[in-house]
Structure formats: C-alpha cells, structure tokens
Design a protein around this ligand. Sequence first.
Ligand code: FMN
Length: 200
Amino acid sequence: MNEAHRFLRSRRSVRRFTSQPVARDTLFCILETATYAPSAHHRQHWRFVVLETSEAKTRLADAMGAEFERDLTDDGLNLADVHAQVARSRNRILGAPVAIVLCFDSSAGDDYADETRQRAEWLMGAQSVALAGLQFLQAVHAEDLGGVWTCGPLFAPEAVRRALKIPSRWEPQALILIGHPAQIPAPRPRKPVEEVTVFL
Ligand SMILES: Cc1cc2nc3c(=O)[nH]c(=O)nc-3n(C[C@H](O)[C@H](O)[C@H](O)COP(=O)(O)O)c2cc1C
C-alpha cells in the first residue's frame, strides 16, 4: 500500500476538539480543495455556510435543538433523556471551532417534465454535494485537523435555513464540525471487500 492509500484510510470522524481556532487561510484552502470534487455536468451544486462565531453557532444550535426536542418528545422519550440528548447535540456544535452547513443548490441542475428524470437529476446533485463533503473531510485531515459529518440539518432544513438566512433554494444536507483534535477515535472496522463487492 502506498502513502496516499495510507493517508486516505487514516481519516477518522473526530468529535472532540481543542479550543484552538482554525486559521482562516487554512479553512479557505480546505474549502477550495473541496470544490475539486467531481460533480454531475460539472454544475458544482455544493454551497458552504461557514459558522466561525459563537453567535452564529448558537443560532444554529438553538434552531436545531428546538426541532430535535420536538421530535424526541413526539417519539415518547422521557423528558430527562430528551434534555440530555438535546444538550449533547448543542454542546457538540458549540464545542467545535468551526461548523459548516453543507448545502445543495438544487437550482444548479436541469429541469425535466417527468418525475423519473427529475428525481435522477436531484439525486445526481445530492451525490455531487456528498462527494464535496468527503473531499472536504479529507482536506481537513490533510491539515492535521479533525472533522465529523453530522446529519442534523436533514431533519430540520427549514429551521436551519431560517436561523442562518440561507437562500430558499439551498437545501441543508449536513453539518460538518471541524477543529484541532482533542481525541482521535480508533479506526472502526470495515466490512471486507469480498462482502461488499461482486466481481463479474
Ligand atoms: C451521511 C453521514 C451521516 C453521519 N451522521 C453522523 C452524525 O449525525 N453524528 C456523528 O457523530 N457521526 C455521523 N457520521 C459519521 C459516522 O458515524 C462515521 O463516519 C462512521 O462511524 C465511521 O467512522 P470514521 O468516519 O471514523 O471512519 C455520519 C457519516 C455520514 C457519511
């Protein structure tokens, strides 16, 4: 295995960060590398909303927290567990030096009259955004920083959009938290290639 493979395999989802800030030029370079991801028709459907201030992160945490609390309460969870889970999610956002809402500009794709092609076009755009997300995480890793992809915004897209004044055609897909790692988790085992692959 060469160095590049070793590097790609050594990325971890880092969920604990030190309070050391992430330099703006480093962050800019990471964002630029993310934009080198491939995209359907090269439409570059990704949009990044970067939250560096605690004021912005608090706005997001409050908005997502209210939705999360409502969902967990509707699920019938007891109040103490609801509050514990909401607090954990909030602390994770506020504990990260930088939070990035990864969005999908669905207006970047083509429009079709039929549902099948329209759905395929939407999916192509969402796939392109996910590729930029992975490229972003690998670029974070290349800077010896850590990051984690979290999916909260998918469950509260309107609340996220409203809280951050994101344009209505930008669909929040993920929240990526980054910073200097306080703890790097052990590698999680992977299914063997033989189990997830068919060679024909
Ligand atoms: C679409 C997606 C959603 C994820 N959502 C979360 C999340 O909400 N919270 C979290 O802590 N990690 C989340 N993760 C990170 C995964 O838990 C992690 O990638 C997986 O456990 C493998 O660990 P590794 O990234 O360190 O190899 C998500 C990853 C993906 C790709």
